[in-house]
Design a protein around this ligand. Structure first.
Ligand SMILES: *[C@@H]1O[C@H](CO)[C@@H](O)[C@H](O)[C@H]1NC(C)=O
Ligand SMILES: *[C@@H]1O[C@H](CO)[C@@H](O)[C@H](O)[C@H]1NC(C)=O
Length: 452
């Protein structure tokens, strides 16, 4: 054996050890400042920390303007007819969009919907220069039943609307040893919460804002539930504030560091080794199909992460455009086979009115631009604080849903979540589980939180 061969043989294990070390490296928990996100002109002034009751009451001007725009768009003949027999294959089917628009203009009754939304109390409070809106539902005190605080976080393209049906199921669950006091905020930049005035408000920074919110409400320790961005903020809360989060229920447990990506790749490539049959069954049969599906479904993400303000212009001016852009996601993200249907299967799991409620939260607040900026702050690795390499030992219930875009196998997330108490793939429901099958999600969450 020549000297060169010997050196190579020696270098190979060193190289492998080095790579393994790099991939599995763990970072310490970062310190996150209580930062200020409001306009510069107000910085340094003492902040009004009061909690103000808030009622959704959209002005007549905004509603009249919406109706005029809708009427104009529907009468204009500017909607391009869909190709024949493509369903939702090229995006939102414009024949169905007309039906949505006509319902919105003639049947949808915002004042009645507003009344429903105001059934549970709303508040606003200033945190870090931003107006943070939240619903706060306190269960009626019952003898012998202790009440625990539960923070509930929505994602994109959702809002607090996703959780309305779950409120009674969670706040006073039947046959439960605990009641839950619910705090359901709008994410900064979404709906009735104001957006940041400068870059950098990513998910870890949002976790900081919600920790401050819970603190202000008197809850040093609390439970959390979330999906989509809400699940990522849940994960960040548990990672950065492990002493404050008592347990978390997540519809999208994700491990985004290099190790997580490698694990996910392994699990989806060598399924018999790294995935259970149920995890494998609900994903595409091959890695190639998974990848191609994700590319087809993620164009929005790229544009929102790079040019949020450009796409925001059109979406802030056209109600039909906004409805198509948001509601399209409720089709393939719920059931990928519905892409072939002319109506996208939208009314299989949702009512037209509740879908429009969700669109209205974006429209009446004009918040689509500030909302989609979260993709810039949350996805670009150099923006904001990154905790991908920081594991969390907080007890987690990772509740995946079979109709979601991807079912991430437990193996792929176990480096990030080191205390998964439950992992389940629910056979039914998709990305918007709480909105689609609220009874199942609520029952699972209650039994999990009760067990802690
Ligand atoms: C909504 O605001 C209008 C105008 O400020 C007011 O007249 C109306 O009473 C309010 N409605 C509710 C339900 O608070
Ligand atoms: C998706 O829809 C198909 C056809 O309607 C149905 O057989 C399947 O069970 C659905 N999948 C989920 C996850 O609901």
């Amino acid at each position: 054996m020549g000297i060169i061969t010997k050196i190579i043989l020696l270098l190979i294990p060193i190289g492998i050890a080095y790579l393994y070390f790099q991939v599995t490296k763990i970072d310490p928990i970062p310190h996150v400042e209580d930062a200020y996100w409001g306009p510069k002109s107000e910085q340094g002034k003492s902040e009004d920390v009061s909690i103000r009751p808030f009622k959704i009451n959209i002005s007549k001007e905004i509603l009249d303007d919406l109706n005029a725009r809708l009427k104009n768009e529907l009468d204009s003949n500017r909607l391009v007819p869909p190709l024949e027999n493509v369903g939702f294959g090229y995006g939102f089917n414009s024949n169905f969009l007309k039906k949505v628009g006509n319902h919105w203009l003639s049947k949808y009754d915002w004042r009645a919907r507003e009344k429903l939304l105001n059934k549970y109390p709303h508040f606003k409070t200033k945190i870090g220069g931003l107006d943070i809106h939240f619903q706060h539902v306190k269960p009626k005190a019952k003898n012998g039943i202790e009440t625990r605080p539960l923070l509930i976080l929505h994602g994109y393209p959702g809002s607090i609307i996703e959780y309305q049906k779950m409120i009674p199921l969670l706040s006073e669950p039947k046959n439960s040893k605990y009641n839950y006091e619910l705090i359901i905020p709008s994410l900064p930049g979404y709906g009735f919460s104001s957006g940041a005035a400068r870059p950098g408000l990513g998910t870890v920074e949002m976790a900081n804002i919600f920790k401050r919110l819970m603190d202000r409400l008197g809850h040093k320790k609390f439970y959390v539930l979330g999906g989509d961005w809400g699940a990522i903020i849940t994960s960040d809360l548990a990672t950065v504030y492990p002493d404050n989060v008592l347990g978390a229920h997540s519809a999208n447990c994700l491990s985004w560091g290099l190790e997580g990506h490698i694990r996910n790749f392994l699990a989806l490539t060598f399924r018999s080794f790294f995935a259970s049959p149920e995890e494998a069954e609900h994903n595409w049969p091959t890695w190639g199909e998974t990848f191609s599906f994700m590319v087809k479904e993620s164009g929005y993400l790229h544009i929102q992460a790079t040019k949020p303000d450009t796409v925001g212009v059109a979406l802030s001016h056209s109600p039909l455009g906004l409805a198509a852009y948001l509601l399209e996601k409720f089709s393939t993200w719920t059931n990928r086979t519905w892409i072939d249907r002319d109506d996208g299967g939208l009314l299989e799991n949702f009512g037209m009115d509740e879908l429009l409620d969700n669109v209205m939260v974006y429209w009446v607040t004009g918040s689509i631009t500030t909302a989609v900026r979260l993709y810039s702050e949350g996805l670009i690795p150099w923006s904001g604080i990154n905790v991908d390499r920081v594991p969390t030992n907080v007890p987690f219930d990772c509740h995946a849903l079979s109709g979601d875009l991807i079912v991430v196998p437990k193996f792929a997330i176990s480096n990030k979540f080191t205390n998964i108490k439950r992992y389940k793939v629910n056979a039914g429901g998709g990305h918007f589980g709480a909105f689609e099958i609220p009874n199942i999600i609520a029952a699972d969450a209650v039994s999990f939180f009760n067990s802690l």
